[in-house]
Design a protein around this ligand. Structure first.
Ligand code: SAH
Length: 363
């Protein structure tokens, strides 16, 4: 049988609890975290400052398990995408986006997604399961190893965005624990501001996050009215715009007025008119807000097209006139399907899995 505890599932606090419960001194947790996250070492045999008897016990009771890299693709623009196998049926994707002044890793929080936003290919695949802590932090660990971080300690990945597959606030505990490993000095030591959680607008999750974390928040807005947002982002029926923006205001207050990023996918003829830009400007008035316009990335059977560039520029100018810092996100990695909304991995949806036994029963 496999040893019970995967040490990659333990955030800094859980690691301290684990060693305390095993009757060990607190500095053992510090040593272990440094081996794993500063030096990238996962062989107990190399952990020479940990006593031999303790290493023997750890060998019997713990393991170091991470996803497995299945493939790596490199875009003409330098963007890299990895397919990572998390179990026999399921794979996820992570994307590294190099820019002159930073390197951003976009990581997944769930296998698939249950929220089914009408323009997102991840949603079309259905939902399989939450990722565990090891599978979330493992994306950053594996990419860092691949990019030579543990040898050079050069921060090639300087920013992490939880903008891959899944809705991070619906996998709250694991995501928060993984983010604490990104931020903690004994983990990867990234500044809070350089870790961004993007949510479709799960209001109770935003409030919980404000209590536990100081990370940057991004909200996928996509429409300035409930009528339109109900169509594009079905969860808006449960948490309409007024409630969502009130939660954003509370989050900004709790984190000292840091601006919240509002993502807005530009869909031709759907949400990209000048009137909608003005409406959006009014909606966000008084909030510490930035707007990211995302040119829609097509995928088979998406049924939408990208807004023409002049329409995106006009939309941006109206928002800027309303006093909002607005940028247009340049699509990256399109040639390898690595752009926003194009991540699909390999997902065995839970519904299909549940259906199968029933079908067998009838035959
Ligand atoms: N579920 C979270 C995290 C995913 S972030 C959230 O919705 O925020 C991924 C971002 O890409 C979201 O803003 C999403 O709305 C956007 N997106 C999804 N499909 C897209 C597409 N086809 N083209 C451009 N952006 C898309």
């Amino acid at each position: 049988m496999e040893p019970a505890t995967n040490l990659f599932d333990l955030g800094p606090a859980a690691m301290r609890e684990y060693f305390a419960a095993a009757g060990e001194r607190p500095y053992r947790a510090t040593q272990m975290l440094k081996w794993m996250y500063h030096r990238g070492v996962t062989e107990l045999g190399s952990m020479t400052d940990i006593s031999k008897p303790l290493r023997q016990r750890l060998a019997e009771t713990t393991r170091f398990a991470l996803p497995e890299i299945v493939s790596e693709q490199v875009s003409a623009d330098g963007t890299r995408k990895w397919l990572l196998r998390v179990d026999a049926q399921n794979s996820i994707e992570s994307v590294f986006i190099p820019e002159p002044d930073r390197g951003t890793l976009c990581i997944s929080s769930q296998v698939g997604c249950a929220l089914d936003c009408s323009f997102c290919s991840t949603g079309k695949q259905g939902f399989s399961r939450n990722l565990d802590v090891a599978e979330i932090i493992g994306q950053l660990w594996l990419v860092n190893r691949r990019l030579g971080y543990f040898e050079s300690r050069q921060r090639i990945v300087s920013n992490v965005v939880m903008m891959g597959m899944g809705e991070p606030l619906l996998n709250f505990d694991n995501v928060v624990q993984a983010m604490s490993l990104m931020i903690d000095d004994l983990g990867f030591g990234l500044a809070h501001k350089r870790v961004t959680l993007s949510t479709v607008g799960v209001v109770p999750g935003i409030d919980r996050l404000a209590e536990t974390s100081q990370v940057s928040l991004a909200v996928s807005l996509h429409a300035p009215t409930d009528e339109l947002r109900n169509l594009l982002v079905p969860i808006n029926r449960r948490y309409p715009l007024a409630e969502l923006l009130a939660a954003c205001r509370r989050y900004a207050e709790a984190t000292g007025g840091e601006p919240i990023t509002f993502e807005y996918v530009m869909l031709a003829g759907i949400n990209d008119s000048p009137a909608e830009a003005r409406e959006l400007g009014r909606l966000l008035r008084g909030l510490p807000a930035k707007v990211n316009l995302i040119p829609f990335n097509a995928f088979p059977q998406s049924g939408y097209t990208r807004s023409p560039m002049p329409a995106i520029d006009q939309f941006r100018d109206i928002l800027r006139e309303a006093g909002l810092v607005t940028i247009t996100r340049r699509p990256r990695g399109e040639d390898i399907d690595a752009a926003c909304g194009q991540l699909v991995g390999q997902v065995l949806p839970r519904a299909a899995r549940l259906r199968r036994p029933r079908l067998e029963h009838h035959t």
